[in-house]
Design a protein around this ligand. Structure first.
Ligand SMILES: *Cc1c(COP(=O)(O)O)cnc(C)c1O
Length: 386
C-alpha cells in the first residue's frame, strides 16, 4: 500500500487533510490535543458524567415486539438515540468536543449548520458550558429553517447568515473555516459529522462510538449473542459510524448504511476531494459536487465520511438506498406499531430494515439505530401527506 495511505487520518485511500498551510497548523494542534486528552482519566470521567446527567445515557435498546410480529422475520431492536436530550445523537459529539475545547482553553465555539440540527446541539452545549457560540448558516437555509434559527438564539447563540455562494451548507463550512484560521487562539470549531479534514472524522467517530459500545453490551445481556445486522441512516455518516464502530471487527455482523435515493454518495459517488478530505462524492457532468435533495434535511450532503467510503470499497459494510415513499411509510408504521415517531433521517433505516427482514430467519436479530425523534418533522410530513 502507498506509504501515505497508512498515515494517521487515512482510511485506505480516503480521508487525509487537503487544506491551506495556515489551517493545517491549526488542525495539527487540534489533533495533538485530541490524542492527548481522549484517554485521560479526568477527561473520560467528566465526559461520562455529562453523558449520564445531561444527555440521559445510557439510552435503551428497545425490543420492537409489534414491529417484529408485523414483519414476521428476525427480532428487531431499536437503539434509542431519539431519547437523548435535544432528541438525537448529535449531542454526544457536541459534549465530547466542547469538553475538549474547554481543556484547550477556548472561550468561543463556532460551528456550521445546514438544516439547523447541529447548530441547535452546539448552542445547547455552549449554554450548558457558558461558552460564546457563533453558528454559520447559509442565508438560504436560515430562511427555510427560521424556527431552528430562533431555537439557537433562545439558547444564546449568534447565528450568522452566509450570503456567499449559494447560501447553503458548503458556504457555511467555508466561513467557519475562515473564522477558525483568523481566531484559532481562542476559538474551537465544533464540527457536526464524521466528515472534514483529519482529525474530525476520527474525533467524531470516537464520540459517537458510545452508541455501539452500549448496544453491544445491551444485546449480549438481552440475547447472549451479537446481532446479525446493524442498520443506520447515513448523511455525513456520524450516527452510522457510531452504530457500527464496535462491530467492525465482528465479521458475522452485517453493517448496512442507508441513503436517500436522491443523495446516494456511496452507491454512485466517485473518489474526490470535498471540504478538505477525500471521500466518495456525487459529481455532476462538470465534475462539481452534485446538488442533492432529501426529504430528510440531515441526509442532504453530496459526500460521506472517509471511513464509510473505505468500508464501502473494501466491502465490509453495505450501502443501500430507499425512496421517499418507503421512508414516509416507515415513518407512519413505526409511529403506529411502536408509539415512536422517528426522525425522517432515522425512518430511512427503518424503511430498509423492513425490506431486509423477509430475507432473514426468525432466530436472527437486526439492530436499527434510531438516530433521532420525529417531533421536528411532524409539520413537514403533515404538509406532504395533505
Ligand atoms: C443530522 C442527523 C442525521 C445525519 O447525520 P449523520 O452524521 O449521518 O449521522 C441523521 N439523523 C438525525 C436525527 C440527524 O439529526
Amino acid at each position: 500500500m502507498d506509504q501515505q495511505f497508512q498515515q494517521e487520518g487515512y482510511f485506505g485511500e480516503f480521508g487525509g487533510s487537503f487544506v491551506p498551510p495556515e489551517l493545517q497548523e491549526v488542525l495539527n494542534y487540534l489533533s495533538e490535543q485530541f490524542y492527548k486528552f481522549k484517554d485521560d482519566p479526568g477527561y473520560k470521567e467528566e465526559l461520562r458524567f455529562y453523558l449520564r446527567e445531561y444527555v440521559g445515557r445510557e439510552n435503551p435498546l428497545t425490543y420492537a415486539e409489534r414491529l417484529t410480529k408485523a414483519w414476521g422475520g428476525p427480532k428487531i431492536y431499536l437503539k434509542r438515540e431519539d431519547l437523548n436530550h435535544t432528541g438525537a445523537h448529535k449531542i454526544n459529539n457536541a459534549i465530547g468536543q466542547i469538553l475538549l475545547a474547554k481543556r484547550m482553553g477556548a472561550k468561543r465555539i463556532i460551528a456550521e449548520t445546514g438544516a439547523g440540527q447541529h447548530g441547535v446541539a452546539t448552542a445547547t452545549a455552549c449554554a450548558m458550558f457558558n461558552m460564546e457560540c457563533v453558528i454559520y448558516m447559509g442565508a438560504e437555509d436560515t430562511r427555510r429553517q427560521a424556527l431552528n434559527v430562533f431555537r439557537m438564539e433562545l439558547l444564546g447563540a449568534t447565528v450568522v447568515p452566509v450570503q456567499k455562494g449559494q447560501g447553503r451548507l458548503k458556504d457555511a463550512v467555508d466561513e467557519a473555516l475562515d473564522d477558525l484560521v483568523r481566531n484559532y487562539k481562542n476559538t474551537f470549531y465544533l464540527l457536526g459529522s464524521a466528515v472534514g479534514p483529519h482529525p474530525f472524522p476520527t474525533m467524531v467517530k470516537h464520540f459517537q462510538s458510545i452508541i455501539s459500545e452500549e448496544s453491544k453490551q445491551q444485546i449480549m445481556e438481552k440475547e447472549g449473542r451479537l446481532p446479525d445486522a446493524v442498520v443506520a441512516c447515513a448523511g455525513g455518516g456520524s450516527n452510522a459510524i457510531g452504530a457500527f464502530a464496535h462491530y467492525i471487527d465482528e465479521p458475522s455482523v452485517r453493517l448496512i448504511g442507508v441513503e436517500p435515493d436522491q443523495a446516494p454518495s456511496l452507491t454512485q459517488g466517485v473518489p474526490s476531494i470535498l471540504h478538505g478530505f477525500k471521500c466518495l462524492v456525487l459529481l455532476d457532468e462538470e465534475g462539481q459536487p452534485r446538488k442533492t435533495y432529501s426529504i430528510a434535511a440531515g441526509l442532504d450532503y453530496p459526500g460521506i465520511g472517509p471511513e464509510h467510503s473505505h468500508l464501502k470499497v473494501t466491502g465490509r459494510a453495505e450501502y443501500v438506498t430507499v425512496t421517499n415513499e418507503e421512508v414516509l411509510e416507515a415513518f407512519k408504521e413505526l409511529s403506529r406499531t411502536e408509539g415512536i415517531i422517528p426522525a425522517l433521517e432515522s425512518a430511512h433505516a427503518v424503511a430498509y430494515a423492513k425490506k431486509l427482514a423477509p430475507t432473514m430467519g426468525r432466530d436472527q436479530i437486526i439492530i436499527v439505530n434510531l438516530s433521532g425523534r420525529g417531533d421536528k418533522d411532524v409539520e413537514q410530513v403533515y404538509q406532504m401527506l395533505k
